[in-house]
Design a protein around this ligand. Sequence first.
Ligand code: SAH
Length: 230
Amino acid sequence: MCLLLAILPLPITALLMADDPLTLQREHMVREQVESRGIRNPDVLRVMRATPRHLFIPVTVRSLAYQDRPLPIGYGATISQPYIVALMTELLAPAKPHRVLEIGTGSGYQAAILGQLASQVYTIEIVPELARSAGETLRRLGYSNITVREGDGYKGWPEEAPFDRIILTAAPPEVPQALMAQLGRGGRLIAPIGTTWNQELIVIEKKSDGKIQRRSDGGVIFVPMKPSAK
Ligand code: SAH
């Protein structure tokens, strides 16, 4: 490591050294908040360890990045608690050939996690400022297989459908019909469904014959999905 640091240009060296305590914080986050609650998928644990969560969070709350809680990211949105990101990722089970659609880009953190596990991620955010800043963050950090679009998640992304996996990180009262239609056969959709204070994490599978299976994975709290303008 010392030799490596000696031959690297100064800015990279500074970056590596500055990041060290955060690597430790991430390790602690994964062990104490994620593994201890039963998340076992090694790929999920690996990307949670590798992803710099603090860089997706406004500087004002950055010091809280690795705490066991959601955090405000402005415009009424929140970045989910690390455990919830891990749980939803494990339930979604994204893998290499998959094309994934996310509704509710927010900070871009969940998209960054998905992008490291799937082939392509398409993510839609209704707040223009969040869509722009998440897109910038993802580009800056080199997550090149993620496309951010400002728009209404209720409509999905018909031009890129069908999707192998769909994840909603804002809660609608019911699963939007357009999203069900854009889920491919053999695909899976994960969503918090319900009212502001009464939501369940729903897992939907569309079987190869087109049949739908639906189950609940327990109670959650997400920001409500904003209704369509029309
Ligand atoms: N996945 C995010 C967390 C998102 S919070 C992350 O990793 O940070 C939920 C997000 O959904 C908010 O940013 C909110 O603006 C967005 N949202 C709410 N209603 C929406 C809609 N109808 N279409 C698209 N995005 C929506």
